[in-house]
Write a protein that binds this ligand. Structure first.
Ligand SMILES: Nc1ncnc2c1ncn2[C@@H]1O[C@H](COP(=O)(O)OP(=O)(O)OP(=O)(O)O)[C@@H](O)[C@H]1O
Ligand SMILES: [Mg+2]
Length: 309
């Protein structure tokens, strides 16, 4: 067996989301491609990773986290609220210890998050490989998955990274917010997901499920651009389209993204959600994959090589 040598890449930073960094080629920045790595540099993240901003969504973890955050806040609180009843000296000692503890916990938190982002990136690559040769490969922006050794240039400093890289076509228009509803065909969001589901691939992030945030236009067509929430895990995909979760996200959007105020939000979400839900996902999941498995057994096929490098 021969193992392909890693591709050598020299990349320059352009943007970062919460889970992936985005680069362009240093020598050919306008070659029409972007290069994505897992978010390995904490300083580039849009918001810092600290235990206090962590989101525990379920059960006792949520209660414990809320209690810790509250205790930590009370230790700092003097203005307006009732001060913590401790003698000043004791309080200062406690505050210093808490600050030190914060730093240690934040460090451990950041390490844990970094490896979680790496694992997520690997899961995404698996899902993309699953899509690469199938009938839904064009739901996402054209891509290649590379096994690469990279020099990552950020603000005059060079960092080294070796591992999976997603090379993806640069979009003409990336929907970063819940705006621009007049720019695309609304049905593409649900129809795109149906095609993914039929291949046994789903989304776990409500933003991508609702769209158009994290989708993009290339040559006038809508494609999924932020592929970080792709999964081949049916249980995860099913949980993500639960009505309560989508309701909650829909309710947050006008509050968190005031820029969406002039958009036909309610009309758009009602349109998409008519065709996106647990029942539909259950009915479509894996249908094309099953068919592909059967035809592969009877007729060996050529596999298009665009999905792997
Ligand atoms: N193919 C592309 N073409 C043009 N710009 C892009 C492309 N991919 C990403 N970007 C830009 O980089 C940003 C981060 O990329 P992306 O959304 O894939 O990362 P992420 O970490 O998964 O984001 P999130 O925080 O939404 O999870 C995008 O918001 C967008 O502005
Ligand atoms: Mg994104």
């Amino acid at each position: 067996m021969t193992v392909a040598a890693p591709t050598e890449l020299d990349l320059t930073f352009t943007a970062s989301g919460a889970t992936q960094h985005v680069f362009v080629s240093t020598h050919e920045p306008s070659d029409g491609w972007v290069y994505k790595t897992p978010a390995i540099l904490d300083a580039l993240l849009p918001s810092p990773v600290t235990w206090r901003t962590a989101v525990a969504t379920r059960g006792w973890k949520r209660a414990v986290l809320a209690a810790c955050v509250d205790a930590r806040r009370r230790l700092e609180t003097h203005d307006g609220e009732r001060p913590v009843r401790l003698r000043t000296l004791a309080r200062h000692g406690l505050q210093r210890t808490a600050t030190l503890a914060d730093r240690c916990v934040d460090h451990a938190w950041a390490v844990r998050h970094r490896s979680a982002r790496l694992r997520q990136f690997q899961r995404m690559c698996l899902a993309l490989r699953e899509l690469a040769c199938g009938p839904a490969s064009d739901v996402v922006l054209p891509f290649r998955i590379l096994h690469a050794r990279c020099t990552l240039r950020v603000d005059g400093r060079a960092h080294q990274y070796a591992g999976p890289v997603l090379q993806q076509r640069r979009a003409d228009h990336f929907f970063d917010f819940f705006t621009g509803f007049a720019l695309f065909r609304w049905a593409d969001v649900a129809e795109g997901q149906h095609r993914l589901w039929r291949c046994g691939v789903g989304l776990v992030d409500t933003d991508e499920i609702l769209g158009p945030r994290n989708w993009a236009l290339l040559d006038g067509r809508l494609h999924l651009a932020d592929t970080g929430s792709l999964t081949t895990d049916l249980a995860l995909a099913r949980r993500a389209v639960a009505a309560e979760l989508l309701d909650a996200r829909e309710a947050q959007i006008p509050v968190w993204w005031p820029a969406s105020a002039g958009e036909p939000l309610a009309e758009y979400f009602a349109f998409v959600r008519r065709d996106v839900g647990e029942a539909r996902l259950g009915a479509l999941w894996g249908l094309d994959r099953a068919r592909r498995d059967c035809s592969e057994r009877s007729t060996p096929r050529l596999v298009r090589g665009s999905g792997t490098g």
